[in-house]
Design a protein around this ligand. Structure first.
Ligand code: NAD
Ligand code: TYD
Length: 352
């Protein structure tokens, strides 16, 4: 299916999309990849500099909401992987409009073009465990569960998922939805928690831990995610949903401590700060459906985290310019300025 295929990847200059394009070009020598990316603040064209001269790869700067452009690109495509999205929960709490535009309307524009041409054999919608909402201890979301998104980001992604299912049911468009857990690995923007904590530690700056730090996430190494997407595109059933979780559960405080230990930095860098509004306490996926298709993760939490932290330690050139960017500084101040000023030091909180 992917061998010799013409593949449209959207959002390929972001974190997972860039890892996936590198995966495709490595695994499928005969494939051709078009990367449509708007180059938002979260992207980094450097992510794909190693393949920019590869004849099999073409970059198109543009918006998935631009129907004319999407229509042109879709004309000779066999498979679509839609990674393009606004992705940061905290930003969605400040302004949700761009999330709804890209994650819902943009997905519709892609689906509509794919339906019109009829040559698309797989439309893979990259979604998230966050659409299921908060999972009580002892429970894991199954693909058939009701969606209970609680943040504007999660609600927008759920809207995109629903469009895909509607296009499958109505027009027979071979859409597949994947819902993955929190990814870590090289080239993730520093606004997300693991890169933020790793780069803050490397800069000897405080690590802002929300609330009591006992929230639980399942940490999936990006390479394992890419292998899962590859398999699902080839062996998954159209109209189906596949959860992708590694089972690498950790509380945020353990993640912060592990990052500091790996970098040999003091735990006193941790600051407990005001919690995120509507913060989901726990995510958990039941991924048995995908495991029966033949996928299992290769990275446990510690190997995934060690690889990720090592990458940020060795690639300061990649992330240091983000901290020097005026718009990022403005965002950082808005998000963390007051919180950090009023933050509770690690030793005070953990010794009581
Ligand atoms: P990212 O924020 O790193 O990258 C998103 C990319 O999409 C950027 O390159 C950006 O420029 C591009 N983009 C944004 N709006 C666009 C538009 N309108 N048109 C074209 N391009 C646009 O995101 P990521 O972490 O790589 O996530 C990729 C996908 O995976 C998203 O759909 C996200 O919801 C999903 N996902 C992410 C995670 C995670 O932990 N990062 C987990 C599960 C699912
Ligand atoms: P994040 O990387 O934003 O992913 P998501 O909210 O999509 O799971 O956050 C992961 C966890 O880390 C989440 O429980 C919120 C927490 N967190 C902090 O404690 N401090 C921070 O500065 C950030 C960005 C996140």
């Amino acid at each position: 299916m992917l061998k010799d295929a013409r593949i449209l990847v959207t959002g390929g200059c972001g974190f997972i999309g860039s890892n996936f394009i590198l995966h495709l070009l490595r695994e499928y020598p005969g494939c051709r990849v078009v990367n449509l990316d708007k180059l938002t603040y979260a992207s980094n064209p450097n992510n794909l500099r190693h393949v920019q001269d590869d004849a099999r790869y073409r970059f198109v700067e543009g918006d998935i909401c631009d129907a004319k452009l999407v229509d042109r690109l879709m004309a000779d495509v066999d498979a679509v992987f839609n990674f393009a999205a606004e992705t940061h929960v905290d930003r969605s709490l400040l302004e949700a409009g761009s999330f709804i535009t890209t994650d819902v309307y943009g997905t519709y524009v892609l689906l509509e073009a794919a339906r019109r041409y009829g040559n698309v054999r797989r439309f893979v919608q990259i979604s998230t465990d966050e659409v299921y909402g908060d999972m009580p201890e002892g429970q894991s979301a199954r693909e058939t569960d009701a969606l209970r998104p609680r943040s504007p980001y999660a609600a927008s992604k759920a809207g995109g998922d629903m469009q895909c299912l509607a296009f499958f049911e109505t027009y027979g468009l071979p859409a597949i939805i994947t819902r993955a857990a929190n990814n870590i690995g090289p080239r993730q923007h520093v606004e997300k928690v693991v890169p933020l904590f790793a780069t803050s530690a490397l800069r000897d700056q405080p690590l802002p831990l929300y609330g009591d730090g006992r929230q639980v996430r399942d940490w999936l190494y990006v390479e394992d995610h890419c292998r899962a997407l590859d398999l699902i595109a080839r062996a998954g059933e159209p109209g189906e949903v596949y959860n992708i979780g590694a089972g690498n559960y950790q509380e945020n405080i353990n993640v912060a401590e592990a990052i500091l230990d790996l970098l040999e930095k003091p735990r006193s860098l941790i600051r407990f700060v005001t919690d995120r509004q509507g913060h989901d306490r726990r995510y958990s996926l039941d991924s048995s459906k995908l495991r029966t298709v033949g996928w299992s993760p290769r990275y446990d939490f510690h190997s995934a985290l060690a690889n990720t932290v090592a990458w940020y330690r060795e690639n300061r050139w990649w992330w240091a310019p983000i901290y020097a960017d005026a718009l990022f500084q403005e965002y950082f101040e808005r998000q963390y300025g007051e919180r950090l000023a009023q933050g509770v030091p690690y030793d005070l909180r953990t010794s009581t």
